[in-house]
Design a binder for this molecule. Structure first.
Ligand code: SAM
Length: 552
């Protein structure tokens, strides 16, 4: 419910129309290749108005506001740097900053104005890793937009909040305390509870993680932002775009594969590498809809068997009997022997394994291999936990402190390569085309391939022809890495991999040319090919030959 006088008035925004700020003006020379449309059950969504090719930039977007996530470690509200115990209290409002220079940085002046007027004093006594005290900051910044930036305010207001569903969720009571009551008591604001809950809903439904590139801890994400156009994209568990957030918090959205004119342009709101039950539960709990996409509807998840267990009776795949069950509680059945497994058992097992994997961390290949071995008899070879372990393993071999890639034995390099290939086979189906994880897996794979090639070359175990042949796959992989990671922010992990891959590509191409001109003594001599007549066996004789043989 929206109350009179809370700024939304009687003229409620029409949620079948584009939010005013979502469709930004085009720069000269730019062509818009999408339109906003209303379609049941998605609501507003983006439709391609031309054939889009893999790698095309579809649009760029800027956040109308950013702020801390619901809970956050101690951070600077100006520049979002993670703070240690040594921080600076804002001289006006006492909220956490890195220094006086951040008092006017970013959106901090929004809350600063309100809290300083209310004479607020932040109590830092019990600050830990995840502090709910930050939960009120982004909603307050949004509320401040009404006066500070009316056009952004009207864009925000037109976004989906799912008030009715959220009212019955756990979120409502928590935000009543952490946002509504806190802001009223500590910041002395006079907004109605209804408006504050609506803003919290808009943020929950539409916000994107501003991942990486915040100075201080580059790969950690502590911040969320409201991107008005990106917020119009529907979800799909095998979506057709990839988005990247740059250092200045602008967003680039590219087609991760070809998109035909008239098709929806989609993003993914949940973890790509989680099982159907986990994804659907997350989407229902956090985004308030039931996903019925192609992947969710198919118990085999497009033939990957990504959520399948291994039958303890016959070893066959055990699949969910009804992946679109309204409560996501359907039982499982072995497709080979019909053995039934109750949902609670499957759920208990996957949660337990998930917790054990999380506890194991990603620093010790031996521990990860032990977990793989332990769970291989219970999970299908492509189960999401197995693929997650293989993805971690492929990045752990040769990368943990104290070991270098060059220290790895041929066996370890082979194992690293196998893990990459297993993950890539699944990605080919669930995340085809441009994919961040594909870029990383392919990068790891080509490193191992090149190392093995280099060792064999140095030991003169290969002919020139074999060296040239074995360069082919790493070259293709490096080209694909470049394609997958080309839009990443240069400061983030994937952006750095992109830079290294570009350099490696140039070096490998140069080396290939050198190999062609190297003297013969660098290589194993080519095998001598003989042209002996093949010897015929009884089976190779023709019927006529046989008859003649019998007759003679
Ligand atoms: C970020 S908004 C997307 C824009 C939204 N359709 C609108 O009109 O404002 C997310 C909401 O869109 C709807 N939605 C997105 N993807 C959907 C899907 N695959 N199936 C059903 N509803 C979807 C859900 O209501 C969801 O909470």
């Amino acid at each position: 419910m929206v109350e009179e006088g809370d700024g939304r008035g009687s003229a409620l925004p029409d949620k079948t129309k584009a939010p005013p700020g979502a469709v930004q003006e085009l720069q000269s020379g730019e062509e818009r290749r999408w339109r906003l449309e209303y379609q049941e059950p998605f609501g507003r969504c983006l439709i391609a108005t031309a054939n889009l090719s893999m790698g095309d930039v579809i649009y760029r977007d800027n956040p109308i506001i950013t702020g801390p996530k619901l809970t956050s470690a101690l951070l600077c509200l100006g520049c979002y740097k993670t703070l240690t115990d040594e921080h600076y209290d804002c001289s006006k409002c006492t909220w956490t900053l890195c220094g006086p220079e951040c008092e006017t940085e970013g959106y901090h002046p929004y809350e600063c104005k309100v809290f300083s007027k209310a004479n607020f004093k932040l109590n830092l006594a019990d600050f830990g890793d995840k502090n709910p005290v930050y939960e009120c900051i982004l909603p307050l910044r949004c509320l401040m937009l009404r006066e500070a930036d009316p056009s952004k305010w009207s864009t925000l207001q037109a976004m989906e909040s799912h008030d009715e569903i959220r009212q019955k969720s756990d979120f409502w009571d928590i935000e009543q305390i952490n946002v509504c009551d806190f802001l009223r008591k500590q910041a002395k604001v006079e907004y109605s509870d209804a408006l504050m809950h609506t803003i919290c809903g808009i943020l929950d439904v539409n916000c994107h993680e501003v991942r990486s590139n915040v100075p201080g801890a580059p790969d950690e994400s502590r911040v969320r932002g409201l991107y008005p156009l990106c917020a119009m994209m529907s979800h799909d568990c095998t979506c057709n775009t990839q988005h990247t957030i740059m250092d200045d918090h602008s967003m680039v959205v590219v087609a991760s594969r070809n998109i035909a004119k008239g098709q929806q342009i989609t993003g993914i709101y949940t973890q790509l590498l989680s099982g159907t039950t986990e994804r659907r539960k997350h989407l229902r709990y956090c985004k308030f809809f039931d996903c019925v996409c192609r992947r969710c509807s198919d118990p085999t998840e497009l033939g990957t068997y990504f959520s399948a267990l291994r039958c303890t009776q016959c070893g066959g795949p055990v699949l969910c009997k009804d992946p679109l069950h309204p409560n996501n509680t359907a039982d499982y059945r072995c497709t080979e022997c019909g053995n039934e497994v109750p949902n609670s058992e499957v759920n208990g097992l996957t949660c337990l394994i998930g917790a054990e994997i999380a506890l194991a961390g990603e620093n010790d290949p031996t521990i990860l291999e032990q977990l793989l071995e332990k769970y291989s008899s219970l999970l299908n070879p492509n189960h999401f936990h197995i693929i997650a372990l293989k993805s971690s393993l492929s990045q752990t071999y040769g990368r943990v402190a104290g070991t270098q890639m060059t220290d790895l034995s041929a066996g370890q390099l082979g194992r690293k390569m196998q893990c990459c290939r297993d993950v890539l086979l699944v990605l080919d189906v669930l995340d085809p085309g441009i994919s961040r994880l594909r870029g990383i897996m392919e990068y790891e794979l080509q490193v191992a391939l090149l190392l093995l090639l280099q060792r064999a070359f140095v030991q003169r175990q290969l002919t020139r022809q074999e060296v040239l042949q074995r360069l082919h796959e790493p070259l293709l992989l490096l080209q694909s890495v470049s394609m997958c990671l080309q839009h990443e922010a240069p400061s983030c992990f994937e952006g750095k991999i992109y830079t290294i891959a570009q350099r490696s590509l140039a070096e490998v191409l140069k080396w290939r040319e050198k190999v062609k001109l190297m003297p013969e003594e660098k290589f194993l001599p080519p095998p001598v090919i003989t042209f002996d007549q093949p010897k015929l066996s009884e089976q190779d004789l023709t019927l006529g030959d046989l008859l003649r043989k019998i007759g003679s």
